[in-house]
Ligand binder design. Structure first.
Ligand SMILES: Cc1cc2nc3c(=O)[nH]c(=O)nc-3n(C[C@H](O)[C@H](O)[C@H](O)COP(=O)(O)O)c2cc1C
Length: 173
């Protein structure tokens, strides 16, 4: 079975509905590690060596986060800037992530129909997540289909629970 690293980036999991439910379900059911970035680094000083060791110890990497301004919360961007370094993740000798799998799990406030040409947010999630696709490509990881839950503030508690079950199934596939 694949060892999976879930990197959760939510600045306030206490008030979260969806990402909290996802995190709890994944912790129970997925073989690997659920790594909560904001809890690990309250001062936002990232231990790069520790993060790189974590990556090396897993086969599949998942970024889980709420969509903030059409991207991830800022600590996950900082994590990428520092952990995915030249000569390690890309560039000469930068082959450490080659052959791993990469997946996104994203919740959005906006509903699915808003994320298309002519819709309120104009662009699709596949278009808006291109920087992650490009990162995956440059680091030699295989980009798997994303798990995206939309219009999350309208979900009932049952739908939130069901979403967590579906995410686990996709992460384990
Ligand atoms: C700073 C900020 C930026 C946000 N930007 C977006 C956005 O660009 N698109 C969107 O659909 N929702 C946006 N939202 C809504 C969040 O995605 C939504 O609240 C989150 O997915 C809910 O997940 P949670 O229950 O785990 O907190 C934003 C929320 C905040 C606080």
């Amino acid at each position: 079975m694949k060892k999976t690293l879930i990197i959760v980036a939510h600045p306030n999991l206490e008030t979260s509905v969806v990402n909290k439910a996802w995190r709890e379900q994944l912790s129970k059911e997925v073989e690997g590690t659920v790594h909560d970035l904001y809890a690990s680094y309250p001062d936002e000083v990232i231990d790069v060596e520790k993060e790189q060791a974590l990556l090396l110890a897993h086969d599949r990497i998942v970024f889980q986060f709420p969509f903030y301004w059409y991207s991830s919360p800022s600590l996950l961007k900082k994590w990428q800037d520092e952990v995915l370094s030249f000569g390690w993740a890309y560039g000469p000798g930068g082959t450490k992530l080659n052959g791993k799998e990469f997946m996104l799990a994203i919740s959005t406030g906006g509903p699915a129909e808003a994320y298309q040409a002519g819709g309120h947010n104009r662009y699709s999630m596949s278009e808006l997540t291109r920087p992650f696709q490009a990162m995956s490509n440059l680091t030699g990881m295989q980009f798997l289909p994303s798990f995206i839950e939309q219009g999350v503030r309208f979900l009932s508690p049952e739908q939130v629970a069901e979403s967590a079950v579906q995410l686990v199934a996709q992460v384990k596939k």
